[in-house]
Write a protein that binds this ligand. Sequence first.
Ligand SMILES: *Cc1c(COP(=O)(O)O)cnc(C)c1O
Length: 391
Amino acid sequence: MSAWRDQLRAELARRQTEELTRQRRTLETPQGVRVRIAGRELLNFCSNDYLGLANHPALRQSLQAGVDAWGVGSGASHLVCGHQAPHEQAEARLAQFVGAEAALLFSTGYMANLAIPAAFLGRDDLILEDRLNHASLIDAAMVTRASFARYPHLNARSASEHARSHDEGRVLLATDTVFSMDGDIAPVATLAQQAAELDGLALFDDAHGFGVLGGGRGTLAELGIKPGGFVLMVGTLGKALGVCGAFVAGDRELIDYLVQFGRSYIYTTALPPALALTICRAVDLLEQEPDHLQRLQANLAHFRQCAEAHRLNLLASRTPIQPLMVGNAGKALALSQALLDRGFLVGAIRPPTVPLGTARLRIALSAAHQPDQIEQLVVHLAELMGDGAVC
Ligand SMILES: *Cc1c(COP(=O)(O)O)cnc(C)c1O
């Protein structure tokens, strides 16, 4: 075979020796707390279905009814003839829910993030990102012609100093609100203030805050900040909302601009209309059934209390993302495997998803967990980490 095939093989082999090879596990069941993989029943502590809505009867029913009324596919992109009444309805519902003038529906959060920097920035402009931002925001910066720099994690002052040294052009500050691998929260209010002072724009990716914080309305709502003016919010609909897709919320002018210039909005097929209807129904559920969120909060408190009692080395997080720092990638993998042997599905997160030397278990909690399932997880974790068998 050709030389470049040899290179690919060498790279794959290197991943393997560094214990960084990723495996896809095939679920033989719907998403939920109890799943089956390779014939084994497991307790799932790694999904982003934080409210347990992915399999909610009302959402299943809504999707089925949506298909009956609207068929399966949208058939075209939004600007050709794929933009249908359910998409309009979902955008209006989402905008109203987060207190924005307007919202724009995207097929995924990755695509929502990808659209924004390239639409608003050109050659003389600057995009500044938190060092631990999600890959989609990093990729979004790379498809612009703007200068791109990353500031130390959570360090708004460093971002501001860098921005002020950039004397011409626009500045975009982009950050995860809740960090997807750490569960901690960005200095949102400070960054929003800085964007205003710079006459720039702050992009807040609330993939893990929407549906969870601020009574479900997201991290900005918790702080009393409405998307609009110098602030754009991205919310995703495939995590806490249990469906699929994403939206950008902000003032009408910026949303209209994205319809014209957001390439990953324009050049792709619109979401199936039945999904847009199901998204509306999921937002209704957030308002009508606050018990999902209450159960999630109770589970989080219970988990942290149990973990503390067993002296587990948790990072500070009040979100459903509860990382347990391990350090070495091989160790994290061994722990995850040992948990799997005991019937628990917990993800080992390794480089390049996280920086070198910060491999961890990413424990994700859901409203659908039972308190005793959480206790069992903590007991097994404590055993594995304490008796020296694995670590
Ligand atoms: C998951 C995630 C995304 C991507 O959203 P998808 O809808 O899954 O494409 C974007 N940003 C962050 C922080 C995420 O965790």
